[in-house]
Design a protein around this ligand. Structure first.
Ligand code: E4P
Length: 224
């Protein structure tokens, strides 16, 4: 399973990239706003900066909702850097635009997907990625992981090549559950990614090994 980080924060992206476990980045307008990025030029600069840090796909979201606007924006975003994947909302005009952009060799990520039916449409249109939003479903008492399982099952039935990109991750457990479900990619906030490192027995075991090795060194000193 590939690991993408779900942020527009360059410091977090660099840190995750330095860990050697980062395969790509997803962003959205809310994540841009959260970083205090102001104006279109600053957004474009952020995309380019991210693309230069990460050796992998970087999802950049369109804000148009009509076919012509989505295509215009998508072609512009794709021209910024070879790593750019155009993120398009799951609406009729979006599906038409995904089909068109796919035909032009431009990679797309169909976002705001909340049902298996929407995921089938994204695959039929030739989206490179489909993004089921797990956390937002959990928030309204639907099972987000179950949606990922359904999409993986359906895509396997028909050999669809669209990659299942589990999004709207809230916790490290979400990451593990979608890995079990067979998601191709998970995009997670930095906070959830780094929690995968944590285990109290690792901390306890390491402290014990280091303290025992100190005893070995002290024993050597006292014997010389
Ligand atoms: C990523 O592609 C999505 O935009 C993101 O995961 C949404 O996450 P949220 O539900 O935490 O806003």
């Amino acid at each position: 399973m590939k690991f993408f980080i779900d942020t527009a924060n360059l410091k977090e992206i660099k840190e995750a990239s330095d860990m050697g476990i980062l395969d790509g980045v997803t962003t959205n307008p809310s994540l841009m706003a959260k970083e205090g990025i102001k104006g279109n030029d600053a957004v474009i600069k952020t995309y380019i900066d991210i693309c230069e840090v990460v050796q992998g796909p970087v999802s950049a979201e369109v804000i148009s909702t009509d076919f012509d606007g989505i295509v215009r924006e998508g072609e512009h975003l794709a021209s910024l850097h070879e790593h750019i994947v155009v993120k398009v909302p799951m609406i009729k005009e979006g599906i038409k635009a995904i089909k068109y952009l796919n035909g032009k060799g431009i990679k797309t990520n169909c976002t705001l997907v909340f049902s298996p039916g929407q995921a089938i449409l994204a695959a039929k249109a030739g989206a490179t990625y489909v993004s089921p939003f797990m956390g937002r479903l959990d928030d309204i008492n639907y099972d987000g992981v179950e949606l990922v399982e359904q999409i993986v099952y359906i895509y396997d039935n028909y050999g669809y090549t669209t990659e299942v990109l589990a999004a709207s991750v809230r916790s490290p457990l979400h990451i593990i559950r979608v890995a079990e479900a067979g998601a191709d990619v998970v995009t997670a906030p930095f906070s959830a990614l780094v929690k995968l490192f944590d285990h109290p027995l690792t901390d306890k075991g390491l402290a014990q090994f280091l303290s025992d090795y100190k005893k070995v060194q002290e024993a050597e000193k006292s014997s010389t």
